[in-house]
Design a protein around this ligand. Structure first.
Ligand SMILES: Nc1ncnc2c1ncn2[C@@H]1O[C@H](COP(=O)(O)OP(=O)(O)OP(=O)(O)O)[C@@H](O)[C@H]1O
Length: 626
């Protein structure tokens, strides 16, 4: 990741972000000109009003003042109109651009391609506050900065019409206010500002850990330590922010002093060069107004310093290579289903709206499109290693999954089963070997199309703080009520939904917190069944269900899978596998046994041992069950 500290890193991050502004350049330039017009109207208003007041004191005939009176009114009204249209144009351009940036950042997060986004707090802060840094860079740095520079030049030009030496003094004052002071402000605040953004990110992660992990922290008696660490970070952040504020006030005070000194110097020089009294007054007030406008560059510079780290983090995501090293799916991204459209179903009771589709930078426009329906997935010699010095999580694995075939993968904990699902869904890129879908390299497909072809229920499926209907529609936007009912019935959740007062519109709570563990699992499973990808991946689909329910649910889910669709089941339970075409036993990433259930249950090895052990345990469980 490009660090936020270095000037060149900062500049390249800004360039990466600003490249996205190109389509809106016209609107942004328009907003900049309107901002300049606003400031210039303010400056001209002060100068004209001063001329009017001072001239009126000499009681000249009214017709000599008419133009100035009209000009004052026009400038006052014009300034308001310019300000309004500038805000409208600037925000319009920036909000359009921000939508693009958010979509891209989200696309990168949801495809799990960024190796640096493993934490949900971090991902959340990137999607929200870091992306706002892009908005601030344009609206609070570039547009006002450019406007102030332009008005400064115009002010010096205007002063030169009255007195050249006075214009020279004004130019020096403006350079000090608009260049030297901003540089000083940047120098004074950079070090603290570089520490503020990571600290804020750490506090966002603390907040999530302390709330989501509260029960576990309490269970291990670690609440006090975790709170103390978070408090320590919060206090450090407060100290830094106080320091930043103090430096800011000192620079602001220097700015006010500079405005007064410049105005005084302009008056002296103008008087010496014989400028008349009224015009000296105009120069003095105009100078005060012009320096104040130039001081906006101090605020812009300060803002720019604060934005550095956030911009670097966004740029890091925007420039993440398509697929490089093995990466885990970003937690909370909810797996591939999140490409679904916002459903707009009934009131979610304060629930999060589900996320919009991200355009997802595909590997190339020429990539083949993945149609709905059956697909043929094949793995040849696939090796995955999470770290260079670690043993492979998958070791030269071959797997053939033609249309309609059902393969179960079993094996001890850590054998590589979930890694296999990550590989076939494209979230982990193997170090060696090939994965093809219909004969074409998996990496050749646009990432946003893959979930429709290869997907389903992945490890730790996420249930959103939304209604049952919205959670389900994520799998297949636009599904009918009958389809919802069929998928929910297959997962054994339909009776529960029908018993709820709000039925499909029942809000399930944050992370499905208002459901039991089994209901949450069934809801996630129903979503996978509804999605009906051509290759249905089921990673421990019956986790958390009792043995009898597990067998029934697995059977009904398999029965609900459309003909021709293949199934890749990851399971630690060995019952219900009798009808599978192939069972692969993984151990340390290698396929150590392959065959159908009857063959494996008869042959000596891990499968037979495990099968006998589970049979005995479940017979005991069933005997004890009421
Ligand atoms: N994101 C990761 N980073 C580093 N190592 C990982 C990561 N995910 C898995 N591993 C390692 O890869 C190996 C295979 O893990 P994997 O989760 O695929 O096993 P599994 O068979 O699904 O295990 P379980 O049945 O316990 O879920 C393990 O040794 C694990 O420690």
């Amino acid at each position: 990741m490009s660090g936020g500290a270095g000037g060149s890193g900062r500049a390249s991050a800004e360039r990466a972000v600003l490249r996205l502004a190109r389509p809106y350049l016209g609107r942004l330039v328009g907003a900049g000109l309107l901002a300049a017009a606003t400031e210039f109207a303010g400056l001209a208003l002060m100068a004209t009003a001063t001329w009017l007041l001072m001239s009126a004191a000499g009681q000249p005939p009214l017709d000599r003042l008419t133009v100035a009176i009209v000009a004052v009114r026009a400038l006052a009204i014009g300034r308001g109109v310019f300000r309004y249209t500038e805000r409208l144009a600037g925000h319009d351009a920036v909000l359009r651009m921000i939508t693009d940036v958010r979509a891209r950042v989200f696309a990168t997060l949801s495809t799990g391609r960024s190796a640096t986004t493993q934490r949900s707090g971090d991902a959340l802060s990137r999607l929200v506050s870091d992306v706002e840094a892009v908005q601030d860079l344009l609206l609070r740095v570039l547009v006002p900065g450019a406007a102030a520079a332009l008005v400064g030049v115009l002010a010096v030009g205007g002063a030169a019409l009255i007195s050249l030496p006075a214009a020279g003094v004004l130019a020096v004052g403006l350079l000090l206010a608009g260049v030297a002071l901003p540089l000083l402000a940047t120098r004074l605040t950079r070090r603290s500002a570089d520490q503020v953004a990571p600290l804020r990110g750490a506090l966002a992660v603390d907040a999530i850990d302390l709330t989501h992990g509260a029960a576990d922290l309490a269970a291990f008696g670690a609440t006090g330590t975790a709170l103390a660490a978070a408090r320590g970070r919060a206090e450090r952040l407060a100290r830094l922010e106080r320091r930043l504020a103090a430096a800011g006030f000192a620079v602001d005070a220097a700015g006010v002093l500079l405005a007064g000194l410049t105005a005084g110097a302009v008056v002296l020089v103008a008087l010496r060069s014989g400028v008349g009294g009224v015009l000296v007054g105009v120069l003095a007030v105009g100078t005060l107004a012009a320096v104040e406008i130039a001081l906006a560059l101090v605020a812009a510079a300060r803002q720019r310093t604060l934005l550095g780290a956030g911009l670097a983090r966004v740029a890091d995501l925007l420039t993440t290579p398509e697929a490089t090293a093995p990466t885990a799916t970003a937690p909370g991204a909810g797996g591939p289903d999140l490409g679904a459209e916002r459903t707009g179903a009934a009131d979610t009771g304060g629930a999060t709206g589900l996320l919009p589709p991200g355009p997802g930078p595909g590997p190339g426009d020429a990539a083949p499109a993945l149609a709905e329906g059956p697909h043929h997935v094949r793995l040849t010699g696939v090796t995955v290693r999470y770290r260079a010095d670690a043993a492979p999580a998958l070791d030269r694995l071959d797997l053939d999954l033609p249309a309609g075939r059902r393969v179960a993968v079993v094996g001890p904990s850590g054998a590589g089963k979930s890694t296999l699902t990550a590989v076939v869904t494209g979230t982990v890129v193997p170090e060696r070997g090939r994965i093809t879908v219909d004969g074409v390299d998996l990496a050749g497909y646009p990432p946003e199309q893959l979930p429709r072809a290869v997907g389903g229920l992945l490890a730790e499926a996420y249930v959103f703080h939304a209604t049952v209907r919205e959670n389900l529609l994520l799998g297949r936007p636009g599904a009918t009520d009958d389809e919802l009912a069929a998928a929910t019935r297959a997962a054994g959740l339909l009776d529960w939904v029908r018993d709820q007062p709000h039925g499909w519109d029942t809000v399930v709570g944050e992370e499905g917190g208002q459901l039991s563990g089994g209901q949450r699992q069934r809801l996630a499973l129903a979503r996978a069944v509804l999605a009906a990808p051509g290759v249905l991946v089921l990673d421990e689909p019956t986790e958390g269900l009792d043995p009898a329910a597990a067998d029934a649910v697995l059977a009904s889910v398999l029965a609900a899978t459309p003909a021709g669709h293949s199934v890749l089941l990851i399971s630690h339970r060995l019952s219900g596998l009798a009808d599978f075409d192939e069972i692969v036993v993984l151990d340390a990433g290698r396929a150590v046994q392959r065959g159908r259930h009857a063959e494996l249950a008869a042959a000596p090895g891990w499968y037979r041992e495990q099968w006998l052990r589970q049979e005995a345990a479940e017979r005991g469980y069933l005997a004890l069950a009421p």
